[in-house]
Design a protein around this ligand. Structure first.
Ligand SMILES: C[S@@+](CC[C@H](N)C(=O)[O-])C[C@H]1O[C@@H](n2cnc3c(N)ncnc32)[C@H](O)[C@@H]1O
Length: 229
């Protein structure tokens, strides 16, 4: 990003949930059509729900507001905690606790434990695997996406590819990044992203992924599911 990525403001999206915007770049952390709807559609309905193994390693680029951890935990509760989730979130520019508090994601979930997690996930130590619940672990990794190849990770089942758009960070949607991410994934693993760009689909196909176009979240026609062969 060309400008200071820390200058963020809060906005309300169309489903009532809030998100952050980098004003100088006019780039939001989630869809303006609905942050919560988008997170559930892209990463739960077209992500977590498609993988039924007992133990699942999730890698997220990037951790940001933590909303994807919360929707993942919500689904874990809905499945009665029967899946073991190890969640690895990479982030170079963590948000401030004050911002997490103003996002008030606790309002989105009826479960008390989940409400408490909306702030707790921002307070936990970085670089440490922290047990958030009996079968749910979180490790936040403060690093650059371009260093993913050097990270010590278990083989990943699902990648939540949630970078800023190619308009502001084109290098994050190139083959080089996808190659590094693919190297961390299990055969049969799933990469899910809100993007549907042709160049992204082709880069993933070149790397040997089976690429599917799926219906996008509200406000977006399509998105991508890519399965590692
Ligand atoms: C679309 S936003 C994240 C959305 C996040 N999943 C959420 O639900 O809030 C993209 C994130 O990538 C982070 N980021 C941008 N460039 C990065 C880089 N080179 N390395 C690591 N993180 C980066 C940003 O700080 C931001 O938190």
């Amino acid at each position: 990003m060309k400008k200071n990525p820390l200058k963020r403001e809060l906005i309300q999206t169309k489903d009532g949930s809030k998100t952050l915007i980098i004003k100088d770049l006019e780039e939001t952390y989630h869809s303006k059509h609905g942050a919560l709807q988008e997170a559930n559609h892209v990463f739960i309905d077209n992500g977590l729900k498609l993988v039924n193994d007992y133990e699942i390693n999730i890698l997220e680029l990037g951790f940001g507001t933590g909303l994807n951890v919360l929707v993942t935990f919500d689904e874990y509760l809905k499945k009665n905690k029967i899946q073991k989730i190890n969640y690895f979130g990479v982030e170079k520019y963590p948000i401030f606790l004050q911002e997490a508090s103003e996002l008030s994601y606790y309002e989105l979930f009826p479960d008390k434990k989940l409400q408490d997690l909306s702030l707790k996930i921002h307070e936990t130590e970085w670089e440490k695997l922290i047990q958030l619940d009996v079968n749910f672990y979180l490790k936040k990794i403060k690093d650059d996406f371009f260093n993913i190849k050097n990270l010590d990770l278990p083989l990943i089942d699902i990648v939540y590819f949630d970078c800023f758009g190619a308009r502001v960070q084109p290098d994050l949607w190139e083959k080089e990044i996808f190659e590094m991410v693919a190297d961390k994934m299990k055969t049969g693993g799933l990469l899910t992203t809100y993007s549907s760009k042709g160049s992204v689909r082709r880069a993933l196909q070149d790397l040997g992924f089976d690429v599917e176009k799926k219906q996008g979240p509200p406000g977006k026609r399509e998105m991508i599911n890519a399965w590692k062969k």
